[in-house]
Design a protein around this ligand. Structure first.
Ligand SMILES: Cc1cc2nc3c(=O)[nH]c(=O)nc-3n(C[C@H](O)[C@H](O)[C@H](O)COP(=O)(O)O)c2cc1C
Length: 318
């Protein structure tokens, strides 16, 4: 199948692939810029970043993007949500994708400043509400995704259910690891896909080598659901820290600055994500999509090469 362009409001991506935002500091300007330059849409994960840091990362992405599309991903549960959004708008971000919660205010801000807002949803109800409130598109995320999850339903079921209910462009996310996976979603009526796990294995992903090695060595039985203090389940790889989470022996937060709007304080998810990003994977959460162990070639390569291969596979698939 020849892949179509992905249109979101006034933006057109040559290749209908969004690189999913990955916090904390896993998808920074370098990865987002590389994906944008290759014709997809690159997302900087803004959650957990200082405002100045985000501004810097947006500039890095822009310099690399060669005119391509760069957005941010921000978790609604972050207390600094609005500050991050305002910083990104000031830096002339192309679009804002928001996950882990739902913000009515964000749609108003997007409409006021002319920045397309793309919420991540996992239900027909939120898909329809997003359209009513002025979303430019929706990411529908299924249970196969990495990170915080809003559903236990497979992505295919959600796309089939939601496609007839909205006119908005639909971007399918969760478990897509090859060209056939992309074609399957487009045939169900999606206009594009969002892929994250596969991009962890890129040169530009800002994860420490130890993090990427966990992906390279992951086996089917290593992928599990954990609880997150934000009140959502999360999909992550088996390691000593996720054992502790499941045994309820994970260390309580130290020096908490109440960075999340809702947090059970069961453990510090932000510190756990920072630890793993820096390579201390035994003391951190290593989020991952459900299909990581099914990725055949898990060598680390440039993001542009990953996109090139996905496009080639999709063109050969039907
Ligand atoms: C390591 C990792 C970190 C993630 N962090 C975020 C995040 O900060 N915000 C968000 O909305 N989604 C996050 N996600 C979800 C992805 O953006 C994406 O929608 C999902 O993982 C797609 O499924 P796939 O990983 O199987 O391709 C994360 C996923 C992974 C694997």
């Amino acid at each position: 199948m020849k892949l179509p362009e992905l249109k979101i409001a006034n933006l057109t991506a040559r290749i209908p692939i969004i690189q999913g935002g990955m916090a904390i500091r896993l998808s920074t300007g370098r990865l987002a810029g590389a994906v944008a330059a290759a014709g997809g849409i690159g997302l900087i994960a803004a959650s957990g970043m200082e405002f100045e840091e985000l501004a810097r990362e947006i500039k890095i992405a822009r310099d690399l993007a060669n005119g391509g599309i760069v957005g941010i991903n921000i978790m609604f549960v972050a207390r600094e949500f609005l500050g991050i959004v305002n910083t990104a708008i000031k830096e002339k971000i192309d679009l804002i994708v928001s996950g882990a919660g739902f913000s009515r205010d964000l749609f108003k801000i997007g409409l006021e400043y002319g920045v397309p807002v793309v919420p991540i949803v996992s239900s027909a109800k939120l898909a329809k509400l997003s359209e009513k409130l002025g979303a430019a598109a929706i990411v529908i995320e299924g249970k196969e995704a990495g990170g915080h999850l809003g559903t236990d339903r497979p992505i295919k079921d959600l796309v089939i259910e939601i496609r007839p209910l909205v006119k908005l462009p639909i971007i399918a996310a969760g478990g897509i690891i090859d060209g056939q996976g992309i074609v399957d979603m487009l045939k169900l009526g999606a206009n594009g896909v969002q892929i994250a796990t596969k991009f962890v294995l890129s040169e530009e992903c800002n994860a420490a080598l130890e993090f990427k090695k966990m992906y390279q060595n992951a086996k089917e039985g290593d992928i599990r659901l954990i609880t997150s203090p934000v009140g959502l389940p999360g999909r992550a790889l088996k390691n000593p820290f996720s054992d502790k989470i499941l045994n309820k022996t994970a260390p309580k937060p130290v020096g908490c600055d109440f960075c999340l709007k809702h947090c059970s304080l069961e453990y510090c998810i932000i510190q756990a994500l920072i630890n793993s990003q820096r390579g201390d994977v035994d003391h951190g959460v290593v989020f991952s999509g459900e299909n990581v162990a099914k990725i055949k070639d898990r060598s680390i390569k440039p993001a542009a090469k990953i996109i090139e291969e996905l496009v080639k596979e999709a063109e050969g698939a039907n």
